[in-house]
Design a protein around this ligand. Sequence first.
Ligand code: MG
Length: 386
Amino acid sequence: MFNDNKLIILGSTGSIGKSTLEVIKHNKDSFEVICLTADSSSVALAEQINLFKPKYAYLNNFLLIDDLKSRITHNQTIVITDINQLHDILKSDIYNTLVSAMSGSTGLLLTFLALQSNKKVLLANKESLVMAGDLFSKYRKQIIPIDSEHNAIFQVIGNLNCEEISKITLTASGGPFRAYPRSKFEQITVEMALKHPNWSMGRKITIDSATMMNKCLEIIEAYYLFNLKSDQIDVLVHPESIIHSIVNYKDGSSLCQFSEPNMQIPISYALGYPNRINSGVGSFDLSSIENLNFSKVDHDKFPSINYAYKALDGSGNSCLVINAANELAVNAFLERQISFLSIFSIIEDSFSITLNSMITSIEEILDADIMYRQKINQIIIKYLIN
Ligand code: MG
């Protein structure tokens, strides 16, 4: 029997979506997949539909709808083609848990609809929290973070009063360029930046790890998730990615969560919470590793960490602006239109964009995001290669 765990997975063909379905395979009787969505991976989505038999499926790229339908053998799945239908499903009572695993800003409205409809949201899409932190923090109790660092903190904090915490420390692998000389950053290619040493992830987050903008976004994510002050959030480079974050308490004790660097572990914790379920991954064997290394972030190489504090200490809209600037700059880099170093320059320049006054609704955030992106595109023009 299903344990009333009726799931919608946004971004089911991405790295987090696939890992989520892998955990569900290990706990088949506990979860029912209601709806799967993907951007354009029609082949992978069809395979998932045939295996998990959801009531609904949504593919964003309508040019591939016929291809998707031709691959589906489970004919009881309704393939929806209108985003408004997906909105209605997210507002309905046919599910109780959303796994928000889309990449980038596209997840914002969809995730918000689930929160507004009183659903549990397992959040991997950190960009939506960065864009709409004040709004999302009103729904904090409905959110369980999947992001490995934040999930680690969530596992440690439990129900303890946050006033007992002096600081949290997000660990960072340092990405592929941790030990690469700053003098050679100008030569970094797309291929080099896409090779992450520890995690297998989508293209956008892999570039974010290479610039350490991922950790910048994660500082902002932690600020809103755990209701902390910005100076209570620190970052420590830990290349092995075994300790996923640390909570420092006022009495001098520090607690951490550690495991294999495998996203099935934080996902299974979020899916099973408050219970623990089979993630499909074994315990980490401490005797299998000789050393765990830790070091401070090199801010000259990775100015990105400081963007988080600058944005959090500025107006709330600064987080929205730097998220948009990063997303557009990463796209331009992946399209080989700008250099790796220009990603930093574009984000730095974007801080100068005149900010609107208070933004309070999701509609205002989406409108402001469009306006900021137009201005950021003007900045990007200055950095185009040739
Ligand atoms: Mg993370």
